[in-house]
Unconditional design. Structure first.
Length: 533
């Protein structure tokens, strides 16, 4: 699969340290993901949609026409360079066109999740000072009641309800560079309120090597990308949609109001999907349903460590090795596995992606002996410019030349093992215990569908390992099962790591990106302790 004329070739042949980012002085993502393809091959499929039993195709030529029309409509409402514009839409061609249109104007797009409540939307739009919002027909009316709280907001555009016809020759994107702001992505807020991570036009280039690794050297002939993750999150937007458009790989836009394993299988089958990014929650649902998905070429996953049991299941279900990757909203796709290049180390996230220097460091910023802070050296093209309106919070993320991820880990040769969030690591009887390892071990028990592990106050041990367990169908809570689970972890992981407390629950609190909200589990554990006191 070739790129349009004038582009650097696919990055995967150069997956070696020292290649550099090759960032041009002028860089605008609208050109990268749309205009170059539209000029070189306008009839090439860009986005596929399952619709009424058929497959609707949006070509690159059509995508550019949509983006240009929308850009003109935004400009007519006063949107210009540096202005912030929300995109409150589910997966659809118009969602992609909205980001392209905003970038063409030199403005800054703000991905917004359609399931956000009014408070969450108002908070993000007010904090960013958004000038306009591009919404879908279902979401547009929800914003009308917020206009009084958002004095900077001058327009709500719903493309499907507007007469957006051709308006002259193709628009030339603004002359932006790698460091010019392009997208403002709010963190999912697992701790504290959401913060806006501001990224420049280089952010897509920063993602490409990791995306290529996690999909076993994307692009290849016949590749078709999809993710059930919403495009409002960095995982959907820059791990799937924009890299796919950059490489000329068709991207499936399939709106799932609620993820179901059966619906997932149908999308993969009907759209000819070959490459999928599955959040861990989706993988767990597929595993619980014991469904198979043959015909895929690559499956990538990130957000939580998978563990050996999930990798083994993936080989049975997909006939391939799931490639785990790691990153954050502030600096994404910096560690990845790649089964096409090397065997994964069970329990490890993978290796540092070429172009990103990732290390486990100590308090002095030196390589740690054993466990330490996972950090990324300044200079990564995927690294954020800073938090919107938060210079102090931005500075606090750095220790010298290193951006701290807030995660703990340790190096095992070239691989990096995730231990846990800095505030999630459990200290028990002098041992530091990563909750992910305990969760992985619990998942290997036949009765366990999912598990979340936290530390809870213990006067003798500082903290006690406490597990919240969702059982598989056909298994019921009992004291005997609690004892079995404790013994299972003690025997398979270690006597110091078994959960002294086991709570059976119907479900686990999750962020919309599929991460266990451990602070919610700690709060629930505190409530249970009070009830028992």
């Amino acid at each position: 699969m070739s790129l349009p004329p004038g582009y650097p070739g696919p990055l995967h042949p150069a997956l070696a340290a020292g290649e550099g980012w090759r960032l041009p002085t002028r860089l605008n993502m609208a050109e990268e993901v749309c205009d170059r393809w539209a000029e070189a091959d306008p009839d090439r499929p860009a986005i596929l949609e399952p619709a009424s039993g058929e497959l609707a195709v949006t070509t690159y030529g059509e995508l550019r026409a949509m983006a240009d029309a929308l850009a003109r409509a935004l400009a007519a409402r006063g949107v210009g360079r540096g202005d912030r514009v929300g995109v409150l839409r589910a997966q659809s061609p118009w969602t992609a066109a909205a980001h392209v249109a905003i970038w063409k104007l030199g403005a800054i797009s703000i991905p917004l999740f359609v399931l956000f409540g009014e408070r969450a939307l108002a908070e993000r739009l007010a904090d960013s000072g958004a000038r306009a919002v591009v919404a879908d027909p279902e979401s547009g009316p929800r914003l009308s009641g917020l206009s009084g709280e958002l004095p900077a907001l001058s327009g709500i555009l719903v493309p499907e309800e507007m007469a957006l016809g051709p308006g002259g020759p193709p628009m030339i994107p603004a002359a932006t560079g790698p460091e010019d702001a392009a997208v403002l992505i709010y963190t999912s807020g697992t701790t504290g309120g959401p913060k806006g991570a501001l990224h420049g036009h280089r952010v897509l280039r920063g993602h490409l090597p990791g995306v290529e690794m996690s999909h076993d050297l994307l692009p290849r002939a016949g590749d078709v990308l999809w993710t059930p993750a919403d495009w409002a999150w960095i995982g959907g937007l820059f791990d799937v949609l924009m890299p796919g458009l950059f490489h000329g790989v068709p991207v499936v836009a399939a709106r799932m109001r609620k993820f179901t394993p059966e619906g997932c299988v149908e999308i993969v089958r009907s759209c000819g999907v070959r490459n999928v990014f599955f959040p861990p929650t989706a993988l767990r649902a597929l595993k619980a349903a014991d469904l198979r998905l043959p015909g895929l070429r690559s499956v990538a996953s990130g957000g939580e460590p998978l563990g050996a049991e999930m990798l083994a299941w993936g080989r049975r279900a997909f006939g391939l090795t799931i490639n785990e990757f790691y990153g954050q909203t502030e600096c994404n796709m910096v560690v990845s596995s790649c089964a096409a290049l090397f065997e994964p180390v069970p329990g490890c996230m993978g290796r540092a992606v070429p172009g990103h220097e990732v290390a486990v460091i100590d308090e002095a910023g030196r390589p740690a002996e054993g466990e330490g802070d996972i950090a990324v050296r300044r200079g990564s093209a995927a690294m954020f410019l800073g938090y919107w309106g938060g210079p102090e919070a931005s500075a606090a993320r750095f220790r010298g030349a290193w951006m701290l991820t807030g995660d703990r880990g340790r190096c095992e040769g070239a691989a990096i093992r995730f231990v846990g969030r800095e505030d999630d690591v459990i200290t028990s009887a002098g041992y530091r215990i990563g909750p992910g390892e305990v969760e992985d071990c619990l998942l290997t028990h036949a009765a366990v569908a999912s598990a979340g592990v936290v530390g809870t106050p213990d006067p003798a041990r500082t903290e006690a390992v406490t597990a919240f367990v969702v059982l598989r169908e056909g298994h019921a809570p009992s004291d005997a099962l609690r004892a079995q689970l404790r013994s299972h972890v003690r025997e398979h992981l270690g006597a110091h790591e078994y959960p002294r407390l086991v709570h059976f629950v119907e479900d686990l609190p999750m962020t919309v990106t599929g991460k266990v909200i451990r602070r919610a589990l700690r709060a629930r554990a505190a409530e249970l302790a009070e009830e028992e006191a």
